[in-house]
Design a protein around this ligand. Structure first.
Ligand code: ZN
Length: 219
């Protein structure tokens, strides 16, 4: 047997026991195990330790500095104490296996840390005038490079009725900003998008199915 290959595969046994190897590596390890009683014995010794390590949930290790939980360290130390003659190999594979777990957790934490924060949205509050006293509504508009968004919060638009929203431009045109269905007493939060740029908009209107103006916001 090639001693280099034996050593390399032996170092993979911990990761193998954790089920963290690639399919190609699994094939190599299994082929080696078939012909190597020494590695089979090593695997039999470390397999019971793989179970608690597998139960480590990287998501629960904390977002700051991922570290294996205390109970894991205790169970590892107990296992090492119980097998004094295996101290070195067990220690080595556990370091490798724990690194897999901790690197996994660290990767996750890093992923969260580097995820782009949603940009602060510059909300512009708008006073909404309503024609129907049942309607209560507030709105904010958001200037975008592609147009203007209207974030409408309201109750009292007739349940099940379809409403259309338009933006009125400075030169008197109206541009569509989308539609919504009234939710009656339940509060609705509706984002409506229009292609009108914020500086070009002077108002938005909410129209019922007959085109009557039921609410409007001056911009
Ligand atoms: Zn071997």
């Amino acid at each position: 047997m090639n001693p280099e290959e034996h050593r390399a595969l032996r170092e993979l046994l911990g990761t193998y026991a954790l089920g963290q190897l690639t399919p190609a590596e699994v094939t190599r390890v299994r082929a080696h195990l078939d012909g190597c009683p020494e590695c089979r014995a090593e695997l039999a010794a470390i397999a019971p330790l793989a179970e608690p390590l597998r139960m480590v949930d990287p998501d629960r290790l904390g977002a700051e500095l991922p570290a294996p939980p205390a109970w894991l360290e205790e169970s590892i130390l107990t296992a090492i104490d119980n097998e004094p003659r295996r101290r070195r190999p067990v220690g080595r594979w556990l370091v490798a296996a724990a690194a897999v777990v901790v690197i996994g957790a660290g990767g996750a934490a890093l992923g969260y840390g580097l995820a782009p924060k949603p940009p602060e949205i510059p909300l512009e509050p708008v006073t909404v005038a309503v024609a129907d006293p049942a309607v209560r509504s507030t709105a904010d508009v958001v200037p975008h490079t592609w147009g203007m968004e209207i974030k409408l919060t309201a109750t009292g638009f007739a349940d099940g009725e379809t409403y259309r929203v338009v933006v009125v431009t400075a030169d008197g045109r109206t541009a569509p900003a989308g539609e919504f269905i009234g939710t009656g007493d339940r509060e609705m939060h509706c984002n409506l998008n229009s292609s009108v740029l914020r500086p070009d908009a002077t108002a938005f209107r909410v129209l019922d199915d007959r085109g009557r103006n039921v609410a409007s916001g001056g911009l």
